[in-house]
Write a protein that binds this ligand. Structure first.
Ligand code: ADP
Length: 457
C-alpha cells in the first residue's frame, strides 16, 4: 500500500472538480491542468496547483497531450493521475506512459483498456465469459459483409464503430435500401471521431432499456457490483437522465448484476468500471459494452449506496483491498441500496432548436439545492463563459429520496427553481421529462424521447 500525497487530474469541468474534492477529503494534494482557452475555468482554481498544458496545441488537444501532462505530473511530484471520463481516460498509451514514468494511473490496467477499448474485442471477452451478446458480425465488416449479415439476421440492424463511444458512429438501418448510405456515413463518422473507420453490425433491438452495472475491483482479486442504473432516457443514443436503482423486479436485477460480475471477474478487472446491457421487452438482456472508467452518472450509485466511488478508485489504486477500513467492503452483502436517485444532465443546448449547443456568457446563475439535491458543475456561475470547444454539460443535478416519486418531485422542484440566463439550457425539457406519467411509472425505454414530442413544449 502506498499512500498518495499528490494527484494530478487530467481533465476539466465538473469531473475535474469532483476528483479534486474526493482527493482533498482524503488529505491528498491536487494538481489541475488547463488549456490556454480554458484559463478562466473553475476547475483550475479548485486544485491546490494548476498548470497550463499543450501550449499552442488547441483547446481539446491540450487535454490529450500525453507528454505535456506527464511532464507536469513529474515536475509537480505527483504520485498518481486521475483521468476522469472522456479525453485520455480510456487511452491505453496514456496508461502505459504513466506506468513508465513511475506514476500510478487511477483506473484499470492498460490491458483492460485494450480489451474494452474496442467493441469487437469487448464482445469476444463477453462471449468467452458466457455472457449473452446481441447477434452480430464476428468483427469489422465491409459493405458486402454488412449486407450478408443483415440478410441473414433480418432488418433492422445497427452499424456501430468498432472504436465507438458517446453515441457516435452509429446508424440504424431499417431496410436494404438504406444500407449503402448508412454504412458510408457510419464509417466516415467513425473515421472523423475516432481516427478509425472500422464498423461492425448488430441486430437492432426494438425499444430496449439501457441497464448498466457499476463494478468495483481491487488489485487482490476481489470484485463486487454496486447494483445497477437505468439510463434509458437518451437522445441520439446519448444519456440524459439516469436512475438508481432501476425499477426492475428483484430476480431480474440480481441476474443482471451477477452477469456483470461474472464478466469482470473473467477479465480480472481492477478499479471502477461499468458493464452495459440492453434489456429487451421480453426480459432477455444482452451485453453491449464495458466502460473502463468513472462515468458521468456515477453520482446516482453513490447516493443510493453511500459509497464514494472516486475515493474508492483512489484507495484501490493505492493498493488497498476492498475490505480495508478505508473502503469497508468485506462481502457483496455489505453493499445495499436505499431509496432512489435521479440525475439530470443540464446542458447548454436548445431543445427547441435540435439541441443546438449555445455558447456565450452566463449572465444569471441561481442554483437550486436544498435537502436531497446534489449539484456537480464545472463553470456554473454568473459571468462564466460557455466555450464552444467542449462538451455542453453545465451542471449535473442529482436528487435523492426514499421513494422514486419523492426523488422525482425534488428533481422537478430543483429544475423549476434554477435560473440560468445568457445561454440557453435544456432545463424546461428536463422538467417535462421528470413529470411525465411514463417516467413516473418507470416505463421508459430508449425510444421515449423520440415518441413524445410533447416533451419539447
Ligand atoms: P456508445 O459507446 O456510443 O455509447 P453503446 O454501444 O453503449 O454506444 O450504445 C449506446 C446506445 O445505443 C444504447 O444505450 C442503445 O440506446 C443504443 N443501441 C446500441 N446498440 C443497440 C442495439 N443493438 N439495438 C438497439 N439499440 C442499440
Amino acid at each position: 500500500m502506498k499512500n498518495f500525497t499528490k494527484i494530478l487530474v487530467a481533465n476539466r469541468g465538473e469531473i475535474a472538480i469532483r476528483v479534486c474534492r474526493a482527493a482533498t477529503e482524503l488529505g491528498i494534494r491536487t494538481v489541475a491542468i488547463y488549456a490556454e482557452e480554458d484559463k478562466l475555468s473553475l476547475h483550475r482554481y479548485k486544485a491546490d496547483e494548476a498548470y497550463r498544458v499543450g501550449a499552442g496545441k488547441g483547446p481539446v488537444e491540450a487535454y490529450l497531450d500525453i507528454d505535456s501532462i506527464i511532464d507536469v505530473a513529474l515536475r509537480a511530484e505527483c504520485d498518481a493521475i486521475h483521468p476522469g471520463y472522456g479525453f485520455l481516460s480510456e487511452n491505453e498509451g496514456f496508461a502505459r506512459a504513466c506506468q513508465q514514468a513511475g506514476i500510478t494511473f487511477i483506473g484499470p490496467k492498460p490491458e483492460h483498456l485494450r480489451m474494452f477499448g474496442d467493441k469487437v474485442s469487448a464482445r469476444e471477452v463477453a462471449v468467452a465469459a458466457g455472457v449473452p451478446v446481441i447477434p452480430g458480425t464476428d468483427g469489422p465488416v465491409d459493405l458486402a459483409g454488412a449486407r450478408a449479415f443483415a440478410a441473414e439476421a433480418g432488418y433492422p440492424v445497427i452499424i456501430k464503430a468498432v472504436a465507438g463511444g458517446g453515441g457516435r458512429g452509429m446508424r440504424v438501418v431499417r431496410s436494404e435500401a438504406e444500407l449503402v448510405e448508412a454504412f458510408s456515413r457510419a464509417s466516415s463518422e467513425a473515421q472523423a471521431a475516432f481516427g478509425e473507420g472500422g464498423v461492425y453490425v448488430e441486430k437492432y433491438l426494438e425499444a430496449p432499456r439501457h441497464i448498466e452495472v457499476q463494478i468495483l475491483g481491487d488489485q487482490h482479486g476481489n470484485l463486487v457490483h454496486l447494483f445497477e442504473r437505468d439510463c434509458s432516457i437518451q437522445r441520439r443514443h446519448q444519456k440524459l437522465v439516469e436512475i438508481a436503482p432501476s425499477r426492475l423486479d428483484a430476480s431480474l436485477r440480481q441476474r443482471i448484476c451477477e452477469t456483470a460480475v461474472r464478466l469482470m471477474r473473467h477479465a480480472r478487472y481492477e478499479n471502477a468500471g461499468t458493464v452495459e446491457f440492453l434489456l429487451a421487452p421480453d426480459g432477455q438482456f444482452y451485453f453491449i459494452e464495458v466502460n473502463p472508467r468513472i462515468q458521468v452518472e456515477h453520482t446516482v450509485t453513490e447516493l443510493v449506496t453511500g459509497i464514494d466511488l472516486v475515493q474508492a478508485q483512489i484507495r484501490v489504486a493505492e493498493g488497498y483491498p476492498l475490505s480495508a477500513p478505508e473502503i469497508g467492503i468485506h462481502r457483496q452483502e455489505d453493499i445495499q441500496t436505499r431509496g432512489y436517485a435521479i440525475q439530470c444532465r443540464v446542458t447548454t443546448e436548445d431543445p427547441r432548436n435540435g439541441f443546438l449547443p449555445d455558447t456565450g456568457r452566463i449572465t444569471t446563475y441561481r442554483s437550486a439545492v436544498g435537502f436531497g439535491i446534489r449539484l456537480d458543475s464545472g463553470n456554473g456561475y454568473a459571468g462564466a463563459r460557455v466555450l464552444p470547444y467542449y462538451d455542453s454539460l453545465l451542471v449535473k443535478i442529482t436528487a435523492f429520496a426514499l421513494t422514486f416519486e419523492a426523488a422525482a418531485a425534488k428533481m422537478h422542484r430543483s429544475l423549476q427553481e434554477f435560473r440560468i440566463r445568457g445561454v440557453k439550457t435544456n432545463i424546461p425539457f428536463l422538467a417535462n421529462v421528470v413529470r411525465h406519467p411514463k417516467f413516473l411509472a418507470g416505463e421508459c425505454d430508449v425510444t421515449f424521447i423520440d415518441h413524445h414530442p410533447e416533451l419539447f413544449r
